[in-house]
Structure formats: structure tokens, C-alpha cells
Design a protein around this ligand. Sequence first.
Ligand code: SDX
Length: 429
Amino acid sequence: MADKAYLEFDGERHEFPVIRGSEDEVGINIKTLRSVTGGAITLDPGFKNTGACESGITFLDGEKGILRYRGYSIEELAEKADFLEVAYLLIFGNLPTKEELKKFGIDIASHSMVDEDVKKILDAFPKAAHPMGVLSSLTSALTAFNPSSVDVSSEEAMYNAIVRILGKMPVLVSWTMRKKMGLPLDYGDTSLGYVENLMTKMFRKPNEEYVINPVILNALDKLLILHADHEQNCSTSTVRIVGSSHAGLFASLSAGISALWGPLHGGANQAVIEMLEAIKEDGGDTKKYMAKAKDKNDPFRLMGFGHRVYKNFDPRARIIKEAADEVLHDLGIEDPILDIAKGLEQEALSDEYFVKRKLYPNVDFYSGIIYRAMGIPIDMFTVMFTLGRLPGWIAQWKEMRLRKEPIGRPRQIYTGENFRPFVALKDRT
Ligand code: SDX
């Protein structure tokens, strides 16, 4: 394949170098475009054709439905690793040795206390506040209680900021849920593993012994792994661009949480369950909702379907669908919306509109069914996505800072008014 690209513009021919990734992805490097053309830029709403960076963290092939973290397949990691191992892999680049993993866990656990004054901020929120808004606020507020986390100029300072947030985020997640459910806040038990401790913080009741259900533990660990990173998606790009101004890690993560909240992104896992519930309430008529999804005059979209990159089955959705069957079977739960979801999937896979647009179930289509079986409130589903994505955001932010990437500042094409002189108020009609 060529190692140069050419552009003919305004009677001149310009040459641009072609960069080839380790998985043979090809990018045309247009760093000199504006200078050699006298000011021309590219225009690419939604960045569908634009690479923001080079990265060595996650590789995905949307056509083949491949997803790998640091070269390891998502299928193997979901089956053979635990979430803390995967977090270490994403952030530091290799699977940890026993000693490295043990130290990582101890360092994180040593930061799993949150300043009592953070509770005053939590208390200021109404119970009905959406947990993603609460979590984004509390995450940003953590900077005030951990000012040293902003300076990551040394390897030690970067490491400390990372283990701090990995220790404190599960506390904020559990507090956000317990506040909503009217439960007393819980700090968990640092003698437990990362996900065991998360479950304890979230579900333990003060007046009874809490026994961890291994089926739920295994499913939650797998869900967190499957959500851990996904290259330059909307929220990760947000974390990178906010961090590129050298805003602190916690502030950058808070911005990422806000981006993930949207129903077109991580908020889709909540929207899927709301959609499936609406279909159930409406007599389970999936064909009616398929027609609505295809009707250009109807704003309704089949939530949990379609993806900017995957034009094949999202490999995560395949694993989560199997896990949903296992969890509901093991817990003896008959959830009619799982059957509705499977019915929609079957219909879409043979419907010309969906086939032509290559719209398949994505990571959000089945995940909410498992969260619901775990007893997690529906508006906490995207908070669970946040917890999974946390190590990926951290890894991407760290890569951007260590590579000393420039501040993110896209250009635009101005299409507004040309110059016009000011008109005094008395003269305006
Ligand atoms: C996540 O980027 C990531 O990696 C994200 C994520 C991650 O791990 O970080 O994978 C997590 O965000 C998954 C996506 C969750 N969102 C949803 O499930 C919401 C429903 N999906 C859509 O809104 C949509 O598919 C997007 C937002 C996911 C992708 O949108 P694109 O790539 O901008 O595609 P598009 O909106 O231009 O759609 C292309 C065509 C359009 O029809 P035409 O104009 O060509 O006729 O497909 C149609 C769309 O109308 N379409 C849908 C549809 N998704 C796309 N039609 C009905 N239902 C849908 N869900």
C-alpha cells in the first residue's frame, strides 16, 4: 500500500505522509495541510473519518467484530482475568505478576476512604437527582480534597493519582446508589478483593450479614471488564481533550462521566430497559417498535442497536447476552424483557433497514438486564458503565499526558454573518 497521499488543490499537488498502525490501519497525516494550502482545513462532523491520536491501548476492528486490550482478546480477558488485572493491563501495558497485582490492590485499598465532608456535598442533592450527575459532581469535588492529584509530573505522582481515584470511585458509586435508596453509607471492607468490596459497599445492609453471591460476582466482574476501554469513543475523547489542557485527572474524569451520561452513549443501557419496558407495557408488539425505529419522521431509535465503529456484532454484546442467560437462570429469574430483547434482535437481523445499515446489538443492549437482576436501580446502570470504563479513561489520559500531546483545539468553517457596523439601540427597528 502507498506510503504517501496526494491532494490536488487550487492547481497545486500536495504530498502527505501515510502512517500505518501495528494492525495495518492507515492514516493520512495532514499536519501540514493548512500551511501548504494557504489555510484549507478538513471538515468531518462527528470525526467519523478523523483520527485524534495514535494509541497503543485498545484495538478494535468494527468490520470483523474484534476487540483487544493491549493485544489480549476481550473474549480471553472476560473468561480468564479479573477486573483488577485488566485495569492494571490497560493502565500499565502488561498483565501484572502476582506481586504487582497484590501491591496494586493494596495501594488502591489504602485510598478507599473519602473525606467525610464529601458527604455534605452528597446530602445537598435531592434523592431524585440522576446518579450520573451526582457522580460527576462528586468526582470533580474530589480534587478539592486531594489537591496533590493534579500534579502528575513525576511517575510517582501519576501513580498516586491513579490509585487514589481507583480506590475512591467505588465509594462514590456506592454512596450515590445508597443515598438514592435511603440506605446508610458504607465503606466496605478492604480485606476483600476489588469487586467483592464494591458489591459489599453497594449492597450490604447494616442489620444483616452480607453474603456475596458468586454468580453475581462473576457476572459483575465480567461486565466491568467488557466496559473497561473502547479506544476513542465520545467519553474517552472527552477525557483526553479535557486532560490536554493539563486539567487534573479527577476533573477530566468528571467530564468523561458527563459525556457518558448521554443516551446515545453510555446512557443507552438505561434507555434500553426503558424501551423494553415500554414495549412490554404495550403488549410486547416488537413489530410496532421496529417500524417506529425505521420511520424517519419518528424520533424513536432502537436503543442498544447500532454503533459508530462496529458494523458487525459488538463482541461485548455477544458475551453479555450469554451472561444474561446464565445469571437469570442461576438466580431463577424469569424476566420477560429478555425475551422481548431477543425477539427484537432476531427481527432486526433479518430486516433490510437494519441489515443495510449494519445495525447490530451493542454493549448496552443486554447489560441492563443483568444489572436489574442484580437489584441495581435502572438509573444506576450508566454509573456501572462508568466504573467499568474508569481504568480505560485513566489509561488513555495517562498515555496522552506522557506523550506530551498538544492541547486539543479543533478548527471550524465559519458560516455566520460577514462584517457589519454596530447599530445603536435607539436606531434599531
Ligand atoms: C456506546 O463509540 C463507542 O465505542 C461507544 C461505546 C463504548 O464502549 O464507549 O461502544 C458505547 O455508546 C454504544 C452505543 C450506545 N448507543 C445506543 O445504543 C443508541 C442507539 N444507537 C444510535 O443512536 C447510533 O447507532 C449510534 C449513536 C450508536 C451511532 O450513530 P452514528 O454512527 O452517528 O450513525 P448514524 O446516527 O449516522 O446512523 C446511521 C444510520 C441512520 O439512518 P440513515 O440516515 O442512514 O437513513 O443508521 C440509523 C440512522 O438513522 N440508525 C438507527 C439506529 N442507529 C443508527 N436507526 C434506528 N435505530 C438505531 N439505534
